[in-house]
Write a protein that binds this ligand. Structure first.
Ligand SMILES: NC(=O)c1ccc[n+]([C@@H]2O[C@H](COP(=O)([O-])OP(=O)(O)OC[C@H]3O[C@@H](n4cnc5c(N)ncnc54)[C@H](OP(=O)(O)O)[C@@H]3O)[C@@H](O)[C@H]2O)c1
Length: 211
């Protein structure tokens, strides 16, 4: 039995948790306000779900999803995440996150920053260029023609492969785009960000990205 920990249980975290429990994963949810505020989501998700603090969710997770505004980087449970695969769904919105010079000048990416905060974790970018509702709305079995494709990027090939398998299990074809530095190709305002593409369409959109 695999447990997925969630740091952030809002639009994206709750949707990924729905996909996870439907496939038999256990999930441990967390947010900034405390586990008691997640009671109704836990009830909805059923016996495979529980809520805890971010540190508890990180400690419980075989895989952990970080899906928060970027300010949460400052309070992540670094020790509990050590050695683990950490899936980063985050995007940079200056109006929400404040201006961050190295993201404004595009000298780095959101996930490379997270990798610096979590030096011994294996950060994998995934699920950042699909709207929350589409995670359940567009999930389809493997082999379905024109199935939607989603990127994975990460510096550790084994971690990328593990998350690609999860993307597939959750209902999408995975397109491995290599290291975290490549993640900009699917970030906000790029052609791959938002629309529904199959593998061929996503590859074209990624190739058309301009920094
Ligand atoms: N919404 C989308 O369609 C979409 C699509 C792709 C990617 N994304 C990106 O994915 C991330 C999450 O988006 P979202 O729409 O799910 O956001 P959201 O609905 O606002 O949820 C954010 C979650 O993060 C939690 N959080 C905030 N600060 C935290 C902290 N310091 N420690 C632990 N948890 C914390 C919040 O908890 P509290 O409510 O208790 O503060 C909430 O559960 C963002 O970076 C977003 O840009 C969003």
């Amino acid at each position: 039995m695999t447990t997925i920990g969630f740091i952030g249980s809002g639009h994206i975290g709750s949707q990924l948790a729905r996909l996870a429990v439907a496939r038999g994963y256990d999930v441990v949810l967390s947010n900034s306000r405390g586990p008691e505020t997640l009671r109704s989501l836990v009830e909805e998700l059923g016996e495979h779900a529980s809520a805890g603090t971010p540190a508890e969710a990180a400690a419980a997770g075989d895989l952990v999803v970080v899906t928060t505004p970027l300010a949460a980087e400052a309070t992540l449970p670094v020790e509990e995440l050590a050695g683990k695969i950490v899936i980063d769904t985050n995007n940079y919105y200056p109006q929400r996150d404040g201006h961050i010079a190295e993201l404004d000048d595009e000298s780095t990416t959101v996930a490379e920053r997270l990798q610096k905060v979590l030096p011994t974790s294996h950060v994998v970018k995934a699920f950042n260029h699909i709207g929350a509702a589409d995670l359940t709305g567009q999930s389809l079995p493997a082999g379905t023609p024109d199935r939607r494709a989603l990127i994975v990027a990460g510096n550790d090939p084994a971690a990328r492969e593990r998350v690609a398998a999860l993307v597939d299990e959750f209902g999408f074809d995975a397109v491995d785009i290599g290291e975290l530095a490549e993640g900009w190709r699917a970030q906000r305002d790029m052609p791959a960000y938002g629309p529904r593409f199959d593998v061929a369409g996503l590859r074209e959109a990624l190739a058309a990205a301009k920094r």
